[in-house]
Design a binder for this molecule. Structure first.
Ligand code: TMP
Length: 219
């Protein structure tokens, strides 16, 4: 059983929630305090996991079965956890995951309709039971996600092509996960400006980490 590390947090949200922007803003703020966190994205973050990411997001593979899909996410995750995340945490680094296993629970469990028990077992297997100390859920409505998608005129990857009903299910899934583990999840309203959302995230980060690592938040 892997131990859980206080220096490990994750960010979650439906597509277009702005979580990756928030991760970047948080990193800049931490760097100003002399903290150099490592950011790892899922699926991805290692040579093998990035190759798996290409397959997962490629719209050419429309025939992908949902069991194949989750096993590929878990394969990418297993490599990332054991090759990078655990060694980094062991060496004392701060690690921020841009998505982690809660995405599989929300997308493959609530979204695709695999049972949550199945997904959770696979999550546990892939991660050797490693959990983020805190998980930020950046919450936006599926309507807002769609508005941002149109505004950005972005081409959709294989997952994003699924439509608004799919994202409604996933958001509900994340909200259920937040209720199941209120001690780990921190729900943040993601519909403000990036700077407004970043302030809310920072207020929580200061509480979480100042306690343990004596950050000087005023710096
Ligand atoms: P990204 O757009 O945040 O980089 O994530 C890639 C896509 O993969 C996104 O649509 C969410 C999806 N995804 C899952 O369906 N299950 C997972 O376990 C992970 C990590 C991502």
């Amino acid at each position: 059983m892997t131990k859980n590390y206080q220096r490990f947090i994750s960010f979650e949200g439906i597509d277009y929630s702005g979580k990756s922007t928030q991760v970047k803003m948080l990193v800049k703020r931490l760097q100003r305090l002399g903290v150099e966190p490592v950011v790892l994205r899922e699926p991805g973050g290692t040579r093998i996991s990035e190759r798996i990411r290409d397959i997962l997001l490629d719209t050419a593979y429309f025939e992908m079965h949902e069991k194949c899909e989750i096993l590929l996410y878990e394969a990418a995750r297993a490599q990332l956890v054991h090759q990078k995340i655990i060694p980094l945490l062991e060496s004392g680094r701060f690690v921020i995951a841009d998505r982690f296993f809660d995405s599989s629970s929300a997308y493959q469990g609530f979204g695709r309709g695999l049972t949550l028990d199945e997904v959770k077992q696979l999550n546990r297997f892939a991660t050797s039971a490693l959990k983020p100390y805190r998980t930020f859920f950046i919450d936006i409505s599926p309507q807002e996600a769609q508005r941002r998608q149109v505004a950005n005129n972005r081409t959709r990857d294989r997952l994003e092509s699924a439509g608004i009903e799919f994202f409604t299910k996933i958001r509900q899934g994340f909200l259920t996960l937040c209720e199941e583990e209120p001690g780990r999840f921190i729900k943040i309203n993601g519909e403000g400006t990036p700077a407004e959302v970043a302030e809310k995230v920072w207020a929580k980060i200061v509480k979480i980490w100042e306690l343990h690592f004596n950050f000087d938040a005023a710096k």
